[in-house]
Design a protein around this ligand. Structure first.
Ligand code: CDP
Ligand code: MG
Length: 680
């Protein structure tokens, strides 16, 4: 090691800069210009005086990037860590990168992030951005959150299931620390839009700090008539604006999901290419959570002279990501959301109307830098009929993983847990039943984890997935299950560009398995490994290399947990039946049965479901399948399917399923071998 001539301690790292200082000066000036700046000292004072503070301020005012820095600069972290939670992984990463830049910190030094399967923090990290799910996971082993002095719950209005559980867990940690005479835990709740009274009330009447934002007037235009096809309406509106508006006046359009956005982007590019007359060049930027970050950056680049940018985004652009230059907003009024069917205990992804609060937030994005216009693709009457605020996710999704986590934290009375808005007792009971069926909870009145349940709680996964991992020892296929679970935990490794869809499907035919998508994905993974992740091979086969690398990373971490739990790392080679049997032990509740008419029926909800066109089984009709998720568009589609035997389902959960007697079959359904045993 090199030492300095004075013999003093070696500085950790020498930093030199040639022209870079201009860059930092600019960043420093930008920081000083942010609307939040004048509130700095007031904020610091409030946090010194109170244990909980609510902060509300427009998107882009500097809450997420500046507040942690202000508190740090004022020494309020008292040598421990300031945690800032985000509902979305992308936001946690991009924001921490920005703050690291502002603080001239290497990532993971003073500033770092921790998201599922990726932890950049070190013992030097004092400003730590993380997903709310991650902080919740840490709370299992550290319910008092001892390593933190301040927890900032950001984007509180999103009310994801994790945020809501975290509210209760952080609040309880604060109370406990006070009781035990420990250092106080400061809680800051932030959002651009929220029911401040409700939040303030819940956090022990916390004071509310309103930040002055920059907001220019916005003209709101409603459709005169209801639109039956919001996609069509959005394209028509977009080109209407495009023909008339000045160049560089950018457009932000809200649609619902990746596939829809990619297909709209393609249509827009096609139409724009064939436009005649004097119109600016149109730059089309899709924006959704799964988009690789390099492509996301395109959204932030200034629009070149004489051009126009149109950003087609999911609700990620409502608050999480700030895009500058937007003059027009086109709001489809739709959002993709999880809906819960408590009878079947199942989640369903579905496109629904936004709430009025969401519509207002979207509208606000048009007036950040100058007056703007928002086109709403619905009528004013429709708007009036929208819900005022969004229903928190906790009241509309399967609570199995919440119940598992809370139980792992030692909280038994889940029905009386201090939720900000309580989920229904029915949903909690259904989650408890779900966990009992998975073997995670004791079959007793008292809520207690079994040894399997304890093991399951250690995996940052849906309980169904962790159950399959733990069952793998019985089928000697842990290596394969780890691969499959990792593949299902990241964004798709199959890259299918709209313009070359047929080619991609044809070249990947060789991976297709008649046993379903799980085995197909396993084939892809094995082939990729066989060529050592060769880049040309990936391009040729339309495999997303970045996501594939993430799969390896995720797999390594899950494998580490398995090693810690002494699970035997067996491989079953080509015995794919073992793999499918093993998957059935976790996913038996997501099963469907072929009916006489050639349709499928979900066994738990008794609803008609269809194989998604992207599935390897699209042209097959196996008698029984299990699926990873349900997505409702024109129909209710099952995604990521695996062929199973009726017997496996029955054997894995005999109390849940009942074998039909031959007589029964003829009445209800000729093909049906199984019925759900309605225990309740
Ligand atoms: O949280 P809030 O919406 O109030 O604002 P923020 O995320 O702290 O962003 C404040 C400003 O920082 C934005 O207006 C951007 O100019 C800048 N920023 C950036 O340049 N890059 C990022 N990844 C995040 C923010
Ligand atoms: Mg923010």
């Amino acid at each position: 090691m090199m030492n300095t001539s004075t013999g003093g301690p070696t500085p950790k790292k020498m930093k030199f800069s040639q022209n870079g200082d201009d860059h930092y000066t600019k960043i420093r000036e930008e920081r000083l210009q942010l609307p939040i700046r004048p509130a700095r000292s007031r904020l610091i004072q409030e946090v010194q005086r109170h244990n909980s503070v609510v902060v509300i301020g427009e998107t882009g005012s500097g809450k997420t990037t500046q507040i942690p820095q202000y508190l740090f600069e004022a020494g309020l972290h008292r040598n421990s860590i300031i945690a800032i939670t985000q509902p979305r992984t992308v936001a946690a990463i991009t924001v921490s990168q920005r703050v690291a830049l502002e603080k001239r910190s290497d990532m993971g030094d003073l500033v770092g992030y921790r998201v599922r399967f990726d932890d950049t923090t070190s013992e030097h990290t004092k400003i730590k951005y993380m997903t709310d799910g991650m902080l919740l996971r840490e709370a299992i082993s550290d319910p008092l959150m001892k390593r933190y002095s301040i927890v900032i719950l950001d984007e509180a209005h999103e009310r994801t299931i994790h945020t809501d559980v975290l509210f209760g867990v952080v609040k309880s940690a604060q109370r406990q620390r006070h009781k035990l005479g420990m250092k106080p835990l400061k809680i800051i709740v932030m959002s651009a839009t929220m029911d401040v009274d409700h939040f303030s009330q819940y956090f022990n009447k916390a004071p509310v700090l309103y930040l002055e934002g920059r907001q220019f007037p916005i003209t709101v235009m409603y459709c005169k008539e209801e639109q039956s096809d919001y996609l069509f309406a959005s394209l028509v509106t977009l080109f209407q604006i495009h023909r008339e508006a000045l160049p560089q006046e950018d457009i932000l359009m809200f649609l619902t999901g990746q596939e829809e956005i990619e297909s709209a982007a393609k249509s827009i590019r096609d139409i724009a290419k064939n436009m005649t007359g004097n119109v600016p060049n149109l730059i089309v930027c899709p924006l959704f959570a799964a988009l690789p970050s390099q492509q996301q950056l395109k959204v932030f680049q200034p629009t070149p002279k004489g051009c126009r940018k149109v950003i087609i985004a999911t609700n990620i652009a409502e608050t999480s990501i700030t895009v500058s230059g937007v003059k027009y907003v086109i709001d489809s009024g739709k959002v993709k959301a999880k809906i819960y069917n408590s009878r079947g205990g199942l989640d369903l992804m579905k496109v629904v109307h936004v709430s009025q609060a969401q519509a207002q937030q979207r509208c606000g994005r048009a007036g950040r830098e100058s007056p703007g216009t928002c086109y709403r693709l619905y009528t004013e009457q429709q708007y009036e009929a929208f819900r005022k605020t969004t229903i928190p996710e906790i009241q509309r999704c399967n609570l199995a993983s919440v119940v598992l986590q809370l139980t792992a934290m030692g909280i038994q009375d889940i029905v009386n847990f201090d939720f900000m808005d309580k989920p229904s007792t029915e949903a909690i009971i259904s989650a408890i039943e779900h966990l009992k069926l998975l073997g995670a909870l004791e079959n007793t009145e008292e809520i207690r984890l079994t040894s399997i349940g304890k093991q399951m709680a250690e995996f940052p996964l849906d309980p169904r997935m962790s159950k399959a991992i733990i069952s793998a020892k019985d089928f000697k296929c842990l290596e394969e299950i780890l691969t499959i679970v990792s593949l299902l935990s990241v964004d798709s490794v199959l890259y299918t560009p709209q313009s070359r869809r047929e080619q991609a499907v044809a070249v990947r035919q060789k991976f297709m398995s008649s046993e379903g998508d799980h085995i197909t994905l396993l084939n892809v993974f094995r082939a990729y490994k066989g060529v050592n992740g060769n880049k040309a091979w990936c391009q040729e086969n339309f495999i997303n290399m970045r996501n594939m690398r993430t799969v390896f990373d995720v797999r390594r971490q899950l494998r580490d947990i398995c090693v810690r739990q002494d699970l035997p790392l067996n491989t079953c080679g080509h015995d794919t039946a073992s793999i499918r049997k093993c998957l059935a032990t976790g996913f038996f509740m997501n099963s469907a049965e072929l009916q006489k008419e050639g349709e499928y029926m979900s066994l738990s909800t008794r609803k008609s479901v269809t194989i998604h066109p992207s599935s390897a089984l699209f042209h097959c009709k196996p008698a029984y399948v299990i699926y990873n998720e349900l997505v409702q568009t024109t129909k209710c589609y099952m995604r990521d399917l695996c062929v199973v035997d009726a017997d496996w389902l029955y054997e894995t959960a005999p109390t849940y399923f009942k074998k039909k007697k031959p007589g029964e079959c003829a009445v209800v359904n000729y093909y049906s071998l199984l019925v759900i045993n309605l225990m309740k």
